[in-house]
Each structure stands twice: as structure tokens, then as C-alpha cells.
Write a protein that binds this ligand. Structure first.
Ligand SMILES: [Zn+2]
Length: 296
């Protein structure tokens, strides 16, 4: 009788212990999309839930006209990426702003890392992400000055084998649609970018200062369109301002930001569904070890 009671008691205790352990082991229903907010155990679950898909929102620190903060591209790209990852789960890397911005070195607050470091740091960052299970890395570009750097980085992934794919998503505004724009020159800190900041961080937009400097094209170089120099941007926009931020509206910002978030969501879904790129990369790496054996 006593033995039976002891047995019943120990079985009960086992059940209670198991019940007690369960909540600690089970993954939470909602996981943060912020890499830095996850516990180690939740990170493991996050990578699993994201099917190995991670975002690297790529910003910069540079002057944005007389009225927007230095971190405009960083703040905007993180706003769009984090909202997209909330809709289609992905793990989002913390602040990254180590890109190409040599052309703004004459302005206060620019952080312009050297060419070699930009590439080395990005490579080590994506390698480290992949070592932690991010086998599909979407670099979401928030900065126009990275438009050559990022495709070059992606191209050079073919130099040696990687067990992950680096995808680049580089579009921040739709071609058409939405509230009609008032300006035609709108490349940097202008109508579109100012409008988007009015959504992401309206508290740091100084719209009253937007007309304090000229964002007009100064056409100071006389070369055919297809002859390129690094100084082209400075020649045209020496104030590091292209357009007119005073034309910005919240309505345009909302339209463009919603479009951007939706476009990132679609990219995450496409990347999750992509089972071809890594296979082709591996086939390519294998063939490139002995090119003379490659037959048409
Ligand atoms: Zn910008």
C-alpha cells in the first residue's frame, strides 16, 4: 500500500516537473525579429522559423541636406526592413552603416570607411551570419552610394565556395503611382527621401530648414553621359543635397514606405522559396575547380 502511494506520488512529481519544465523549453509564440533582442535559445528558434533567412539592412552616416539627420538611410532602411520582417518572419541584423560614402567626406558627420575594409567587413559579417544559420542573407540597401559596392560584393562571392547565398535588394521607391510628385530632381534628401523620413522618424525632420541650401544640379562637369568619374556627384551637388525636401508630404512618405515594406516582404518570400541559387553556386564552385573538364 505504502509502496503504491510512493509510486503514485513519484509519478505525480514527474508529471509536475515535466509541466514545470515545459514553458521554459517551448518556443514563444511571438519572436522578436531583432537579432539583438533574442535569447540564444530563441535565436535558434528564430533561424528555424525564418528558414535561415536573415536581413542585413544597410545604412550609412552622411549629410542629408540641411534638414534631415545623418542617419537618414540607416533609420529608413531599418524601419522598412523591421516592418517587413514582422510580416514575413526573418532575423534582422543590428545597425550596419559601413558602406561607400567617399563623396561626402567634405561634410560633417560622414563615416567613410576605406575600400578594403568595406568589403572585408561585409564579407566577415555575412560569413558570421551564415555560420549562425543565416544561409539566405538579404542585404537591403538603404543608400544610393552602395549601388556599385553591393553588386560587386555579390559577384565576388563566386571567388571561393560559400555555404550561403547573398541576395541584394536595392530599390526604395516605386517608379510610378501614389500622390503626384512636385519635383523632378529628387535624388538625395529631396522630396521622396524627406517624405519617407516623415513616416520613419518625423521627430528628426526639420522641414523648416529644407530650403536653407540649394539642392539644384550645378552641372559643373562637361563630359558625355557615358564617361564616368568619381567626382561626378560633387560636381553636380556640392552641398550633398539633390532635390528639394520642402516639397515633402506625409502622404507621399506613407505611399513610398508602404511600397518599400511590401517589396521587402515579397523579396523575403521569394528568397525563402528559392531552392535553386545555392545548388547552382555549389555546382559552379565544383566545376570551377577543374575548368578544363567543363563541357558545353
Ligand atoms: Zn539617403
Amino acid at each position: 500500500m505504502i509502496r503504491t502511494r510512493v509510486m503514485v506520488l513519484s509519478v505525480l512529481l514527474m508529471i509536475m516537473n515535466a509541466a514545470h519544465l515545459l514553458p521554459a523549453q517551448a518556443a514563444p509564440a511571438k519572436l522578436s525579429v531583432h537579432w539583438e533582442e533574442l535569447t540564444a535559445a530563441d535565436f535558434r528558434e528564430g533561424i528555424h522559423r525564418a528558414q535561415g533567412t536573415c536581413l542585413l539592412p544597410f545604412g550609412i552616416l552622411e549629410k542629408h541636406g540641411p534638414h534631415l539627420p545623418l542617419g537618414t538611410d540607416l533609420l529608413d532602411v531599418r524601419y522598412a526592413s523591421l516592418h517587413a520582417a514582422e510580416q514575413e518572419y526573418a532575423v534582422v541584423l543590428p545597425e550596419y552603416y559601413f558602406g561607400q560614402i567617399a563623396e561626402a567626406r567634405h561634410e560633417p558627420g560622414t563615416m567613410a570607411y576605406s575600400r578594403d575594409l568595406q568589403l572585408a567587413l561585409l564579407q566577415e559579417t555575412t560569413d558570421e551570419m551564415a555560420r549562425n544559420g543565416c544561409k539566405k542573407i538579404v542585404i537591403v540597401n538603404g543608400h544610393g552610394g552602395n549601388e556599385s559596392l553591393l553588386p560587386y560584393f555579390a559577384q565576388t562571392q563566386l571567388n571561393k565556395p560559400h555555404d550561403y547565398v547573398a541576395y541584394v535588394f536595392d530599390k526604395r521607391s516605386p517608379e510610378t503611382g501614389g500622390p503626384p510628385k512636385k519635383t523632378s530632381m529628387d535624388m538625395h534628401a529631396g522630396e521622396s527621401e524627406t517624405s519617407k523620413m516623415m513616416i520613419a522618424r518625423p521627430d528628426v525632420v526639420h522641414i523648416d530648414r529644407a530650403a536653407n541650401e540649394s539642392g539644384a544640379d550645378q552641372h559643373r562637369q562637361n563630359l558625355p553621359e557615358d564617361v564616368y568619374t568619381g567626382i561626378w556627384w560633387y560636381a553636380r551637388f556640392p552641398n550633398h543635397y539633390s532635390g528639394d525636401g520642402s516639397a515633402a508630404t506625409q502622404a507621399l512618405g506613407k505611399f513610398q514606405m508602404d511600397w518599400w515594406i511590401d517589396a521587402i516582404v515579397k523579396s523575403i518570400r521569394a528568397v525563402k522559396a528559392d531552392d535553386v541559387s545555392l545548388k547552382l553556386q555549389n555546382e559552379f564552385y565544383e566545376k570551377s575547380k577543374h575548368p578544363l573538364d567543363t563541357q558545353p
